[in-house]
Design a protein around this ligand. Structure first.
Ligand code: ZN
Ligand code: ZN
Length: 385
């Protein structure tokens, strides 16, 4: 094919840039105009003047970013023209408000997936395949070993663990990232087993989700329960944040009187191994993350159980997304970029493309682009997994 293709995207030190439209997608430096795929901190960064993002994520973005910035929110699929580029946002299935960014100019279409997954998730809209010429895809878990099970099976395992631990008189501590993963975990918990409590950072995310109309089981912040039972004189010391930094024996003694047996506490991973968790008495601990699929990850985290629950696309999902997009130009970022682009360039998908695509474009070119979003690692606590 020889038609000249307008350059919709380029990589720059500030991130993915649309030179015609004069904006960036998930910029890593402060810029004038940013289109944001979702509210995780490695995608929605401080300091830009104008942010455009998907409406369902509004409470999360407002919670995370400066109030002084200008915000604009679009419904999924709603077109908006910026500098001659038609921009629209389409569900990415990653977390509440997560969007793929579609750019169109003179018939040329590019899509930036941001983080995404194909598994269903009760807390956000399902991933929507979008056809394009150029697909910029993440590849956090872009290795054939990563194949996710369906949510229902994982939640059945989590609820079984909770039920068993409750019968043993223990409190369950379930760790997941504060915004996104934790709310997805909450959506799968069976409230008939016992009360559900939250770490302060998780509860803030819960409030943002509820504001956007997501239904979650009843929760109560751990600090709130402590206050309500009349042990509020030490509230400051018992608050989730300060207890980690300044444990006081007196306050721990007071809060230990509360009975947490049979309940589950959804908390951020950084709370594990801190004095904060001592208030709960006998506990069973678990981590929910895609990284739990990696041998030794549970042991390194020093938790009793590891549940493989990821908010990123797995290997087959990634291949499906590429086939469905009908793109012939694939930019791979964030994660296993070398493996994925080599697989595509060596014809790993060719047979499938010929069989499934109703098009003559059955060869694709892939390239690696800088992993702007890669501030989060397996052990980071700021983002998602
Ligand atoms: Zn994310
Ligand atoms: Zn990310």
């Amino acid at each position: 094919m020889t038609r000249p293709r307008p350059k919709l995207l380029e990589t720059t030190p500030a991130g993915l840039h649309c030179p015609i439209g004069g904006f960036y997608v998930d910029p890593v430096r402060p810029v004038d105009r940013a289109v944001i795929t979702h509210g995780h901190s490695d995608h929605a960064r401080w300091g830009c003047r104008h942010y455009l993002s998907a409406r369902p994520g509004e409470p999360i973005l407002r919670m995370r970013l400066s109030n002084e910035a200008e915000f604009e929110f679009l419904e999924y699929g709603e077109p908006r023209t910026i500098g001659g580029i038609q921009v629209s946002l389409h569900p990415a299935g990653h977390m509440l408000g997560s969007a793929q960014v579609r750019l169109e100019y003179q018939g040329e279409v590019a899509v930036v997936t941001g983080d995404y997954k194909l598994q269903s998730d009760a807390t956000c809209a399902d991933f929507e395949p979008v056809r394009c010429h150029t697909l910029v895809t993440e590849s956090t878990f872009g290795l054939p070993i990563y194949q996710w099970r369906e949510d229902v099976e994982i939640f059945a395992d989590i609820n079984d663990w909770w039920r068993t631990s409750a019968a043993e008189g223990k409190c369950c501590l379930l760790y997941g990232y504060a915004v996104g993963k934790s709310q997805r975990l909450l959506s799968g918990l069976d409230p008939s087993i016992g009360p559900i409590y939250t770490h302060g950072a998780v509860e803030k995310g819960v409030q943002a989700y509820r504001q956007s109309g997501v239904e979650l089981p009843e929760t109560m912040a751990v600090t709130r329960r402590i206050e309500m039972t009349g042990q509020s004189s030490e509230t400051k010391l018992d608050s989730d944040e300060s207890a980690e930094k300044s444990p006081k024996k007196r306050s721990r003694k007071r809060t230990a009187k509360l009975d947490w047996a049979g309940s589950i506490v959804v908390a951020v991973p950084s709370a594990h191994g801190t004095p904060w968790m001592r208030k709960f008495g006998a506990v069973s601990t678990a981590m929910a993350s895609g990284w739990m699929a990696v041998r030794g990850a549970r042991r390194r985290r020093a938790v009793d159980r590891g549940f493989v629950l990821s908010d990123h696309v797995d290997w087959s999902g990634l291949m499906n997304a590429i086939v469905w997009s009908e793109a012939d130009d694939i930019w791979v970022t964030h994660g296993s970029t070398a493996v994925v682009s080599r697989f595509l360039n060596e014809g790993g998908l060719t047979e499938r493309l010929i069989a499934e695509r109703e098009t003559d474009r059955h060869t694709i070119r892939a390239c690696e682009i800088p992993s702007y979003w890669e501030t989060a690692t397996a052990d980071s606590d700021v983002d998602d997994d």
